[in-house]
Design a binder for this molecule. Structure first.
Ligand code: WQD
Length: 338
């Protein structure tokens, strides 16, 4: 029995592959490598001793996906494949709708054909929008995403909900990630964004390693304890372990559940910069800039449902995240391109 990871060569997917293999699962990765690197597969082998089965395909091509299901006994799917750059999604929304929805619809049709009824979906806290009070709870109203990327996540949550209502044996767990950062402690796999990073931690680590001259802090006038944006940063290894618990839950239950994957703690941009400097004894040059359009003041998770349903809580600290992020970046200054 195998778990299929669509987009499994990416940042979250590769860390989830490691934790699934460590938990005794067989893993099959499908990825078109549009935003990932095949070198990660050897790194997973070095970490776990097992080379994951890999198919370089586009999930939206049903014929290719059928070959994967024909050749493997897929008992559950974790669906990571999709474009995920917020600013890019506002510039080329049609590509985001076409890609993120096509891959999902193709996957669901092939799962139905092969009677595979359990899926875990890589969703995002961005579905909560900016009107809810923190901490965000799963039963709060969703919507109000400020970009096409976030709207595709919400649309896919709705698609999975409709399928679960129509098919009583279907099971979907919608994992709403907060802010995944960090890297596997080996430093062999980590976050390797293409081009200029949009997200805070990869920008910090690229500044620390000298690829970037300074970090720009986007706004210091937010309604937070120090004026900079507050987010719920979660170690990617904790997040990956949450996926192991989620796929176990999905294969043992039916119906649809939205579940937050966060720590329940909010950290500001300054908190992250200072924690990184202290953990790694490095100074990060900083420039204060204007707010970034679409950013909200505060975003952090209510974590009780994950504990109750999945028996999972995040355990790693912001210091762990900063140390592991730096360990990855200093060993791989150019990501997987080295
Ligand atoms: C965090 C904080 C910025 C960069 C997004 C998506 C979410 C998920 C994670 C995909 C904010 C500040 C950032 C910088 C800065 N996407 N910042 N200087 O925007 O909370 O979440 O990424 O998986 O769905 O919405 O994350 O890391 O971009 O920003 O000051 O160079 O850091 O203003 O307050 P965000 P982020």
């Amino acid at each position: 029995m195998s778990i299929l990871l669509t987009g499994g060569a990416g940042f979250i997917g590769s860390h989830t592959a490691v934790e699934l293999i460590n938990a005794g699962y067989d893993v099959v990765i499908v990825d078109n490598l549009s935003n990932s690197n095949e070198k990660v597969l050897n790194r997973i082998k070095t970490i776990t001793g097992k080379y994951p089965k890999f198919y370089k395909i586009d999930v939206s091509v049903a014929e290719d996906l059928c070959k994967v299901f024909n050749e493997n006994n897929i008992t559950g799917v974790i669906h990571f494949a999709g474009f995920k750059c917020v600013p890019e999604s506002t510039k080329i929304p049609l590509k985001y709708y076409r890609n993120n929805l096509d891959t999902t619809l193709s996957l669901l049709e092939v799962m139905n054909k092969y009677n595979c009824t359990a899926i875990v979906f890589s969703s995002s806290a961005t579905v909560y929008g900016d009107k809810n009070p923190v901490p965000f709870k799963e039963n709060m109203p969703v919507g109000g995403a400020t970009n096409a990327y976030g709207r595709t996540k919400l649309m896919i949550e709705d698609i999975l909900t409709d399928v679960a209502v129509a098919s009583t044996d279907f099971s979907a767990v919608l994992l709403r990630y907060f802010n995944p950062i960090g890297a596997h402690p080996s430093g062999l796999i980590g976050e390797a964004p293409d081009g200029i990073p949009n997200n805070l931690m990869p920008y910090v680590t690229q500044t620390a390693v000298g690829v970037r001259e300074f970090l720009t802090i986007y706004g210091t006038d937010y309604n937070t304890h120090d004026g900079t944006g507050v987010r719920d940063y979660i170690h990617v290894v904790d997040l990956a372990r949450g996926h192991v618990a989620a796929i176990k839950y999905a294969t043992e239950h039916t119906g649809v559940e939205a579940i937050n994957l966060g720590t329940g703690n909010g950290s500001s941009v300054w908190d992250v910069v200072h924690a990184f400097e202290k953990a790694n004894n490095i100074q990060i040059p900083v420039v204060i800039g204007k707010r970034r359009p679409g950013d909200i003041d505060e975003c952090y998770a209510s974590v009780d449902k994950a504990a109750k349903l999945l028996g999972w809580r995040a355990e790693l600290t912001l210091e762990d995240m900063c140390k592991d992020s730096w360990n990855w970046q200093k060993k791989n200054p150019k990501g997987y391109e080295d």
